[in-house]
Every structure is written in C-alpha cells, then in structure tokens.
Design a protein around this ligand. Structure first.
Ligand code: HOZ
Length: 434
C-alpha cells in the first residue's frame, strides 16, 4: 500500500476532527466492540471493501435496506435512469403512485401510504397522526424497541441507546415524554394494567413486532393477541414499526407472519423504511383511508417534506420491491438465513460455546446463552463481552457483523450457499478461540 493511501485508522482520526465521534450515526463508531471502524469504499453483491482494500462478507447490509445485496444491476439501471431525469422536483411524480401501489399491494392492512425520507420521520409522523386521529395524548411503547430518534419515542429505546448504556437520551424534556408509557416487551399483565388505568387516553401502542434493536426478539403470539384486543376495546391504534421487518422478514412483512399465527390479525398503522428505499433515503407510514384522511392537505394533522417521494429514491425502492416479489425470493432468502444460524449453533455446540439463534426471512439474531430472551432486561443480562470478542475474530476473517450485540443481522439475496458456508467455517474457528 502506498504511503498516501488512507487507512481505516487515519480516516477515523481525520473524521473525529470534523464529525462528532467520527461518525454520522453512533453505532458505526465501534464503541461497543472497541477498535477502528471500517471506512467503506465500495460494495458489490454480498461484499464490501474497506479503505485498505480488505473484503468483507456483509451481514449488516446498511442495517437492513440491501436485501438484494449491493449494486444489483437492475436497481442501478433504474437509479441511473431516474437521476438523469432529475434529482428532486418538490412536485408529485407518477413513480410515487407506482411505489404507493406496490407497497399497498403487499400490505392488506393499509389503504393509503405517505412517503417520507427516514424511519425516524415516519415513526414521528405516525405518532402525530395517531394522536390527531384519536384526539388522545398517551402512547405506549416497549422497552428495547427503537422507533427512531424523535423525542417522544426516545425513551428506554434499544439500538444505539442500548449500545451506549443510556436508555433515554439527554436533551429530551420530561414534559415531552410525559405521555409516553414504556412497558416491558412480551409482558401481558403490564399492558392490561396500562389499559385499565389509562385506556380512554391511549392514542396508540407502537411496537417492533420482531424487535431488531435489542438483537432479535419476537413478540409472543399471546402478547400480540392481547394488545390487539385491548386496542379494539379502548379505541386505540395498534402501530407496527416495520422499518426493519418490512419486506425483510416476509413479502407481506412481519404483519403477514402474525396473520398466519392469529387469524384475521392486522395492525391499524404500519411504519416502513429501509427495504422500501433499497438503500436510498425513503420511508413511509400507512393505514386505512379513514386514518390517513386526517393528514394534511385532507385533514388537520400536518406533515410535509421537501425530499418526500424523491424521484431517485422512489426509483431505487420501486425496482427493489419489484425484484423481491419474484417467485421463490423469500423461500431462498429464508433458507440461507436459517442455514447461517443453524450453522452457527452447530459449530458453537462443537466448540462447547452456548449459543441460541433465531431468524425470520432475511433477518437474524444470536445470543451467547442457552435460551432466547423475551425482553430487554433479559437481553441486557446476556452480557456483551463474548460477543465483542467474537465480533473481532469474525472481522479479522473478513466477516462484517453489526458492531454491537443489540443489533439484528441481515442476509441478502446475493449471499450464496458458499458465502454462508464460508461464514459458518469462520464462526467455527472464532468459537474455538473464544
Ligand atoms: N439505527 C441503526 C441501528 N439499529 C443504525 C443505523 C446506522 O448507523 O446506519
């Protein structure tokens, strides 16, 4: 390497001079696992290359969006074509209708959708709409669920907040979160008590149906069922935050997984991001015509955005959504992801390392423990030291996992059987060295 070629370390040092912590999103700083973040230069298929030219098999996938892998030729072509037509108009386009139709075609719980630019924006807008629709103030969220960094939702959240051990952010006035009730995930008794005490004032219950911001924790069927009943009884909206799970765990998102387990099950509102943008800044929230009718310009709930429905982002998202609807797409993705997790459990067992794992579609999580956790406290009790050592042993072998044990992992359609087998072999070696 020539002396002027920047290294990850030199870039990190330079970045820290001009960007807080050297990163534009905290988890990227590797604080939880220690060491130097990799500065990514390019990516293709299931691989990314850092500033030093080292190749990694990527299981972050930009934290979820890259479900097709990087640089899928059809998506690249759609984006190039759209970019030539213009980057942003601040006016409606036909492609926004096409993307809305594509999303609604896959999500029977919703009749209308509004496009925004980030998951945070979508989650924040969904809460405002739920409050505006019901005329109520209180919202319920669950400990360890992360719904973006809007003030009202930044209480006992997972993801980066879990990573840094500050479950609630500074700078959020107590008055702003006084209407946010935070309950334990998968605790039926607590949600019953909350509705018994405040039922008439609860605008919505917001949940990550498969929580991916405290690693990977599923909401149990009895828990989901009970929330649905309580929302119906008390006139509150049940909001699914599917930023992570949307079009990632199944073609119909996590709500279709629960609809298979609970006949007739539907959320009232859904929040999407990540996959629907295919790697570009795009997110959305969707609900019935009645609920969405409260949004400006039809109704009194204001929400807007200069880059909302951006023509290049919608081209990227639309082409991604079209590809993942092809026959067999989710079967293969689910199989590969399961093979990865089954492989990890098998080789960990051979090395005498306790490990449990779970996956759904192209999303996975694993814990250095004998059983899967059911809530945030149990996730935190698992401890992160073993994960941190494992993370670095994998990184050295060219496997890029999320740099914190509180994050879910992602497999893409570009990961081949060979990629999975190679990763399992790397894990076997890592487990032996733990
Ligand atoms: N909120 C993401 C983790 N769940 C991190 C996003 C990023 O750093 O890009």
């Amino acid at each position: 390497m020539s002396t002027d070629t920047p290294t990850n370390a030199s870039l990190f040092e330079r970045a820290q001079r001009v960007i807080p912590g050297g990163v534009n999103s905290p988890v990227r700083a590797f604080r939880a696992v220690g060491g130097t973040p990799r500065f990514i230069q390019r990516a293709l298929g299931p691989h990314i290359w850092d500033a030093e030219g080292k190749r990694y098999t990527d299981y972050i996938g930009s934290w979820g969006p890259m479900i097709l892998g990087h640089g899928h030729p059809e998506v690249v072509e759609a984006v190039q074509k759209a970019a030539l037509d213009g980057f942003s108009f601040g006016a409606p386009t036909e492609r926004e209708i096409e993307l809305a139709e594509a999303i609604l075609g896959l999500v029977p719980s919703a009749e209308q959708v509004r496009l925004v630019s980030s998951g945070t924006e979508a989650g924040m807008s969904a809460i405002r709409l739920a409050r505006g629709f019901t005329g109520r103030n209180r919202i319920i969220k669950f400990e360890g669920c992360y719904h973006g960094h809007a003030d009202a939702l930044l209480v006992k959240a997972g993801s980066g907040l879990a990573t840094f051990g500050h479950p609630t952010s500074a700078g959020v006035p107590a008055e702003v979160v006084q209407h946010t009730l935070v309950l334990e995930y998968n605790n039926v008794e607590q949600i019953e008590q909350a509705f018994a005490a405040h039922g008439a004032d609860i605008a919505c219950v917001m949940i990550e149906p498969i929580a991916g911001n405290m690693n990977f924790v599923r909401a149990s069927v009895p828990f989901m069922k009970r929330i649905r009943e309580l929302c119906d009884q008390h006139g509150a909206l049940f909001v699914f935050d599917e930023v992570m799970t949307g079009f990632r765990v199944a073609l119909g998102s996590a709500q279709s997984v629960y609809a298979e387990l609970i006949p007739g099950f539907r959320p009232d509102m859904s929040v999407f991001g990540k996959v629907i943008g295919g790697g570009m800044p795009l997110a959305a929230f969707a609900a019935s015509r009645e609920v969405m009718g409260k949004l400006a310009p039809l109704g009194p709930v204001y929400q807007a955005g200069t880059l909302s429905g951006n023509p290049v982002a919608t081209a990227c998202g639309l082409s991604t959504l079209r590809i993942l609807q092809r026959p067999g797409f989710f079967e293969q993705l689910g199989q590969r992801t399961r093979a990865l997790m089954d492989g990890f459990v098998k080789v960990a067992g051979e090395a005498g390392v306790p490990l449990t794992a779970d996956s759904q579609g192209g999303m996975f999580g694993f814990f250095f423990a004998d059983s899967l956790p059911q809530n945030y406290q149990q996730v935190m009790a698992r401890g992160s030291d073993t994960f941190n050592r494992f993370f670095h042993l994998m990184l050295e072998q060219g496997v890029y996992l999320a740099p914190a044990m509180y994050e879910a992992g992602f497999v893409s359609a570009a990961h081949t059987e060979q990629d999975i087998a190679d990763t399992v072999a790397a894990a076997a070696q890592a487990f032996r060295q733990l």
